[in-house]
Write a protein that binds this ligand. Structure first.
Ligand SMILES: O=C(O)CCC(=O)C(=O)O
Ligand SMILES: [Fe+2]
Length: 161
């Protein structure tokens, strides 16, 4: 992104790390529901440990849902909304969802790296190109994110200039 090495660290402030352990029980009619409906992650970066035996994560790529199958000894790293905002849309926060299975349970462990609540996020544009998003605090973003319809609209759309 052409920024100073410590730019992002300074902007994010005193970062937090939240963890979620997702348990998806077997579902008799998996085609009728999702373990997690489609969403983007509101934070900066998510490090995801997938169940090594059971697949379920899918990402939206070029308009199609693509399975991200478990890979031995590897984490999945997702770019979240704050990196999309900071990079002025150059890095995109991917739509993703989790499916369920008829006869197998699945577990995933997500570690969400988050800016400080009072961090002020705005696009870091160096070359004079126009910023696509407004300036906002992470606290404001997070509240907006959870007050909306997670699976309908990309929350960053609400912060467009
Ligand atoms: O279970 C998964 O593979 C995805 C979990 C996820 O997207 C999340 O916790 O935000
Ligand atoms: Fe997620």
């Amino acid at each position: 992104m052409g920024l100073d090495e410590d730019y992002i660290e300074k902007v994010l402030g005193d970062q937090g790390q939240h963890m979620a352990v997702n348990y998806y029980p077997p579902c008799p009619e998996p085609e009728l529901t999702y373990g997690l409906p489609r969403h983007t992650d509101p934070n900066t970066i998510t490090i995801l440990l997938q169940d090594q035996q059971v697949a379920g994560l899918q990402v939206l790529h070029n308009g199609k849902w693509v399975a991200v199958n478990p890979y031995p000894n590897a984490f999945v790293v997702n770019i979240g909304d704050q990196i999309q905002a900071l990079s002025n849309g150059n890095y995109t926060s991917v739509w993703h969802r989790a499916t369920v299975n008829t006869d197998r349970e699945r577990i995933s462990v997500a570690s969400f790296l988050c800016p400080a609540n009072d961090a002020i996020i705005c696009p870091a544009v160096k070359d004079g190109s126009p910023a696509k998003y407004k300036k906002f605090s992470y606290d404001e973003y997070y509240k907006t994110f959870w007050s909306g319809n997670l699976d309908k609209e990309h929350c960053l759309e609400l912060f467009k200039k």
